[in-house]
Design a protein around this ligand. Structure first.
Ligand SMILES: Cc1cc2nc3c(=O)[nH]c(=O)nc-3n(C[C@H](O)[C@H](O)[C@H](O)COP(=O)(O)O)c2cc1C
Length: 329
């Protein structure tokens, strides 16, 4: 079956599956295998630290796959972000994803250079603004996902279905997605692709520790610590306090404090985070519900696609009619 959406056509990829950005370890080691297996792999510029290293990593990815690769620029967190953006343009990257904060100027420059611009947001309100500012596609992360939490954020189901009524550009669903059912559900809600972070961390290629991968397999989505971490919005009082500090302390210190509040950590502990520390603050999302073993990137993508095809072939409403669909999807 052909998995054609506006996204697969816009990005020139086989399946509408995108690998999420990872501060600290989102390099070609994970991005290249995802692209090679038919999805869109994303290299996180901030994980490479310098524009020179980003250039090398894009070239490394190109030596592994000739399929399209994207680059993530996380505004406020990616060092030397303008230079990183120019490296992505010079290296002929066809898709750049911006995230975290407003990225209008980056988007404008990318579009002038003929690069497709995806912007990632946590709320439908910001998705609408991204569309108005000219984004080619928007990733909306629901509360089930890892990342910065907004007090206005909604669960994936509500975010995507509500956004689909208001947005014309292709929507990419994120937050808690990791298997055939959640993939198909996202498309049914109106998304034209999915974006997965946690599920891609549970792959053989992902450069994180075996200990962390074991955590992903063993942790249940109803683990209370995970629920607290993922589903609780940031404290509005702490958020207000940090917002008032903007301009009064150095920008870097302010960003670090804001990051801590959004991750629901003590802002006074703010400091520049080492990769392992980032992992401890954002270890996984509710997508752990889909993870029961560590597989290769290709096995993960194939299982999602084959599982989705099996569901569609068996009749999407077979469960309603009383015919059981199998549980191994
Ligand atoms: C350890 C970790 C680090 C992340 N770092 C970044 C980052 O630097 N920039 C960014 O835009 N998103 C980052 N994300 C968010 C993911 O790209 C993605 O939006 C999220 O994982 C989607 O939710 P899911 O995990 O339920 O699939 C990170 C996620 C994790 C788990």
């Amino acid at each position: 079956m052909e998995w054609k959406t506006r996204l697969t056509e816009m990005f020139g990829i086989k399946y509408p599956i995108i690998q999420g950005a990872f501060g600290g370890f989102g390099t070609s080691k994970i991005a290249a295998p995802v692209s090679e297996a038919g999805g869109l792999g994303i290299i996180t510029a901030g994980a490479l630290n310098t524009p020179e290293e980003l250039r090398k990593d894009i070239r490394r990815a190109r030596s592994i796959t000739d399929k399209p690769i994207g680059v993530n620029l996380s505004v406020g967190f990616c060092p030397r972000i303008d230079e990183m953006r120019e490296v992505a343009i010079e290296e002929g990257v066809s898709v750049v994803e911006t995230a975290a904060y407003k990225a209008t100027d980056h988007g404008k420059r990318l579009k002038e250079a003929g690069v497709k611009w995806i912007h990632k947001v946590a709320t439908v309100k910001h998705a609408i603004i991204a569309e108005q500012q000219g984004a080619d596609a928007v990733v909306i992360v629901g509360t089930e996902g890892v990342g910065f939490k907004s007090p206005d954020q909604l669960p994936t189901l509500t975010s995507i279905t509500w956004a689909a009524k208001q947005i014309e550009i292709p929507i990419i669903a994120a937050g808690g997605i990791g298997d055939a059912r959640s993939f198909l559900a996202a498309l049914a809600m109106g998304a034209e692709g999915v974006y997965m972070g946690t599920a891609f961390m549970a792959t053989k290629e992902c450069p994180i520790s075996e200990h962390h991968k074991r955590y992903l397999v063993e942790t249940r989505p109803d683990d209370h610590r995970l629920i607290r971490k993922i589903l609780t919005p940031p404290d509005p009082k702490q958020l207000e306090k940090v917002m008032k500090e903007r301009g009064r302390i150095s920008h870097d210190e302010w960003m670090a404090k804001l990051e801590m509040v959004l991750l629901k950590e003590d802002p006074e502990k703010a400091k520049s985070l080492e990769p392992e520390e980032v992992l401890k603050l954002a270890p996984a999302s509710l997508a752990v519900s889909a993870i029961d073993r560590i597989v290769t990137v290709r096995e993960l993508i194939d299982s999602i696609i084959k599982g989705a095809e099996k569901i569609l072939k068996s009749g999407i409403f077979s469960n309603i009619r009383g015919t059981q669909t199998s549980n191994d999807l």
